[in-house]
Write a protein of this length. Structure first.
Ligand SMILES: Nc1ncnc2c1ncn2[C@@H]1O[C@H](COP(=O)(O)OP(=O)(O)OP(=O)(O)O)[C@@H](O)[C@H]1O
Ligand SMILES: [Mg+2]
Length: 280
């Protein structure tokens, strides 16, 4: 079959809150879009979505409408900065609270509808190890852990890695150190995480790079813009660009892994399937 189109799916996650997952998800999406890729960014923080707030966007439709059967996934796509498309949540709706794995699977399966419309899907998750974090993360092809050089961040990230490995057999994790004061500090945080996983032969950690603590990120967030767009010459944006360059070279998925997964239609090379599956 010649019309196969593989989408790169990257989950941005981490054990601890506030390490910069959403900041990375937004800026990486913008950087990849500016390099010519068609990018969709999903706010996978179902309970407390915030990408709408971070980018000052009021979407007409949100994941709550999808869950209530009021629209298809395609109808949720909302234009964001630099040509990215956003799928956003509604922080004031209760429709996305306390969902089960079947609901997450329904959301994930509904992405088959837009498979031909994008090259990269970035999934920003909540922190910790609740079921939405675990389901969205295991459904992605690449898992990026965002950590800071703080004991709680490193330990909680290790706990999340263990859970994903023990329960879902996820073995490969990419790591980005954020809010560092030097490249050495970023590597230091990664090495501490590596030491914790030393006894888990199955787990493989790959260091992607570090993002510096930068006031440009703070200024951009006050303007509710992506730093990569608002301050392209900042230290943060330069390092982000280097990371985006590496990300664009990561291999694409080729075969299904036998569990909940984004864009399975393209992986099993089945005839095109369109339409949102029943969610409730
Ligand atoms: N490299 C950086 N330099 C300066 N500030 C940063 C940097 N990265 C993130 N921040 C700031 O840290 C705060 C938390 O970032 P962000 O919301 O991206 O974290 P998060 O991991 O998504 O949090 P949550 O777990 O609550 O979803 C924000 O105010 C953001 O502007
Ligand atoms: Mg966040």
């Amino acid at each position: 079959m010649t019309n196969r189109h593989c989408v790169q799916v990257i989950a941005i996650t981490g054990g601890k809150g506030g390490t910069g997952k959403s900041t990375l998800a937004i800026n990486l999406s913008v950087a990849l879009a500016m390099s010519g890729q068609r990018v969709v960014l999903l706010d996978g923080n179902l309970e407390l979505p915030c990408i709408d707030t971070l980018l000052n966007i009021r979407p007409q439709r949100t994941l709550a409408d999808l869950l209530e059967g009021k629209c298809s996934l395609k109808e949720l796509l909302h234009p964001g900065p630099r040509g990215i498309n956003l799928i956003l949540g509604d922080p004031f709706s209760s429709a996305a609270l306390n969902l089960q794995t079947a609901h997450h699977a329904g959301i994930i399966n509904s992405f088959n509808e837009i498979q031909r419309d994008l090259d990269v899907l970035i999934v920003d998750t909540a922190s910790g190890a609740n079921s939405s974090v675990l389901n969205f993360t295991r459904a992605a092809h690449e898992v990026v852990m965002v950590l800071c050089n703080e004991p709680a961040s490193i330990l909680n990230t290790y706990a999340l890695i263990r859970t994903l490995n023990n329960h879902y057999n996820i073995r490969r994790f990419r790591v980005i150190s954020n809010r560092t004061y030097s490249p050495m500090e970023g590597l230091d945080a990664f090495n501490k995480l590596l030491a914790l996983t030393a006894n888990s032969a199955e787990v493989s950690l790959m260091y992607v790079g570090n993002l510096p603590e930068d006031l440009a990120v703070r200024y951009a967030s006050h303007k509710r813009r992506a730093a990569y767009d608002f301050s392209p010459r900042s230290k943060f944006s330069r390092e982000l660009e280097a990371i985006a360059c590496k990300v664009s070279k990561w291999p694409l998925p080729t075969t299904p892994r036998g569990h909940i997964e984004f864009f399975t239609d393209s992986l099993i090379m089945a005839p095109q399937h369109h339409g949102t599956k029943t969610l409730r």
